[in-house]
Design a protein around this ligand. Sequence first.
Ligand SMILES: Nc1ncnc2c1ncn2[C@@H]1O[C@H](COP(=O)(O)OP(=O)(O)O)[C@@H](O)[C@H]1O
Ligand SMILES: [Mg+2]
Length: 467
Amino acid sequence: MYTFRWCFYHLIYIDLYPFLSGLCSKLTLVGREQEIKDLENIINRPGQHAIVIGDRGVGKTSLVKLVLSKKRYNDIWRTCDVISSFSHVFKSLLKNCGIDFRQFEESNEIRSLGKIEGSALVIKGAGQLSRKYAEKYRTTPVESLTPWDIYESLKQIQKKCILVLDEYDAIHRGKNPEVFHENLAYTMKILADHSDKCDSKLVVVGVARTSTDLLGKHESIQRSTREIYLQPLRCEHIIDFINLAEKDLNIKFDDDVKQQIAYGSLGYPYYVHLVGLECIEAMLNRDKNKRNILWEDFEIAVKKAVNKAFRAELGKYNAVLRVSDPVEKAIIETLAIIPEMYPKRDKLYLYLKSVYPDVSREEFEAALNRQTQEKRFLFLSKRNDEIRFLDPLMKPFLSDRVLEGKESIKINDVRFLWEEEKSIQIDWNGYQVWLPKSQVKYRKTRGKIIIIPKWLFKKKFNFQKAW
Ligand SMILES: Nc1ncnc2c1ncn2[C@@H]1O[C@H](COP(=O)(O)OP(=O)(O)O)[C@@H](O)[C@H]1O
Ligand SMILES: [Mg+2]
């Protein structure tokens, strides 16, 4: 929220109100009251670490930032990447806590010269650990930092430090994720066991469904951590979010734009943030003195936001497209535009068939298999046969992108329910909606076809049912 507002302010600051200030005093996140409390509790409870998980763009980093900014914690951040080792990551964290590594490095040198294995810090502290752990630590290479070293280093600092490892999911794509997870698990355990002497703690943040998905299965992790799972925001919270921005910035989104952003976001504030900013820019480009965002601004904004997202976070889509055949592409496009978030396999086939009537069930199954097993772009739940994008943030952006490339959507085999003078009601695989007759073309016999223009499709098939 604050970044969102900051950027809004920044834009208007440059273009319109050179004297605007005071934005940082208004830190807030909509719809996260419970999660904020939960994280505060974990941070205040001795011997516990936090794991914050959820989809990309759901607000994990923002939640941690907000909570840690409330009190003057000594919070030190590190964004994980695929190349840095455990030692590397923690050395940089500890250096930022103010630990002077010269002493540590010197003692390592002496040890190397004397051919003694294990680090001095480890040996010093090993007496307090069980023999099993002490032996384990002593076998680590001289130049590496061990969990015990980290504890010892943090103990030296009088102040409670909160070490945040953001984007921890990157570790999975690194060289040796298991070693990283194991070291992290021991670090958490040691800090938890000795919280009476050192109450510094870890907050691990990453894209995942469960903490085991993120960190592997370690008993000590289960015992010394608490997990916070962030669901996408509810629709009314997204509306609150936009209302707040309107009030703060003295601008107005037209009602249909506001609704479309809220529905189209599927609860991901990242989407709202990106599209919202582009809307403001489009409005200012239209007329520097305007304060109201129109549907035409929104259309320009969506195009730009989608391009930005696919250049950054969702770049994987372009790579997958290059190696996907037409049936796979048809599945991806169908999944992107249908009003359901997690259709079952059979239902997805019905939707697909109504837009791409030539695809057989066998072709569908084979292509789905390639997307879920080999390319891993889609995810098929074994538990309930539901299909979704592996990265759920893909859907809101991809639906905009797919619709962008079309003038209209032709749906075959639709059920015509009611007809009035000016409108017609249809049922598309259980999704029922009224459409203005003047805007659509339809044939109620042979094929039962309806052709819906892009803008109307966007407005009417906007996932209301899904959440
Ligand atoms: N609860 C919220 N209310 C308002 N804005 C939010 C909320 N959560 C996140 N945001 C905004 O959404 C964007 C994405 O959030 P971020 O924390 O980066 O997501 P993640 O770390 O899960 O990928 C940010 O610009 C942030 O300001
Ligand atoms: Mg983040």
